[in-house]
Design a protein around this ligand. Sequence first.
Ligand code: ADP
Ligand code: MG
Length: 352
Amino acid sequence: MTTVEFADVSKHYGDVRAVDGVSLRVETGEFATILGPSGSGKTTMLSLIAGIAGPTSGAIKIGGRDVTNLKAADRNVGLVFQSYALFPHMTVADNVAFPLRVRRVAKLEIAARVKEALALVRLEDYGQRKPSQLSGGQQQRVALARAIVFKPDILLLDEPLAALDRKLREDVRAEIHSLQRRLGITTLMVTHDQDEALSLSDRIVVLDQGRVQQIDTPFTAYHQPRNRFVAGFLGLANFLEGELETQGSTAVIRLKSGDALACGPSRSTAGAVCGVLRPEDVGIVNGGGGGLVSGKVRESVFFGESVRYAVTLDSGFELIAHVPGSRSKLPEGAHVALEWEPDRVWLLPGEA
Ligand code: ADP
Ligand code: MG
């Protein structure tokens, strides 16, 4: 059993609350991602698990055992950082062997384990190279092999893809995913990239200013965000702020601009709300009329596989629509109508 638990953990640096009253539990074999902007406390959370830093208050457990006061060397944790942090003067094989030598593993076993770990990251033929003779993606795979070679209870990854260019990032991302699944190792990965978090994790821990904003599956966090921060951090969102009005079986949000935008029947009664409507849930109809609201294309952005439109409604309010396919791109200034399924609008309490 290799769960990770935080019980009301805080880490303060002077006045800075790097981690502020965090409680969470990561299950055995789970891939959890800590997602948040720069400075939100992500690296500090990993340091607390690894034992590199101690908490100001609260308790940390690994596999049910209280490790709050245990030294880093006595925690069986594998770490991969953003920068590859390989020893440049050592060969790849020696880099991977390093944690085993520190643990005084027998020579013959070291050779076997290094071979096995390099095979796991598909670098079995690269053992005799120096790190400088490898691509960035290969170096990061060596770092991964070095982090798992001593069979850690927990794998911690701090922005492991951040230094890689886009194509390599996708390769290493796939590598991490398949490795984690094959080994079944409890993994916490830190990232500020929502696509990485959404595509890799069993659950996402969204962090802002040292505080947990939401812990959920990627699907739930994306479609049912607990607050505006989570909604906005996980992807583009139209925020429909206004008063909820129920008209028979239908409901609308009455915006300050005067627009009445359809939303699903809500659990809450009338009052201030903030509707979250994802741009990909907004359809666009050329020529105006027939849709729910009409407006004019202010801006269109081509993404290859899709086009994103910013549409200014007659009232002046702006909505974003993200439309798959890009064979026909509407010009700026085109009159369009927008439509969506009313129950796609996720309702949050209004801020006012
Ligand atoms: P992230 O990894 O999300 O970018 P960090 O965990 O590195 O964020 O930092 C969280 C906050 O704690 C930041 O405000 C940072 O400046 C502060 N901080 C982190 N480490 C230290 C330290 N050793 N001394 C002082 N402040 C620190
Ligand atoms: Mg960091």
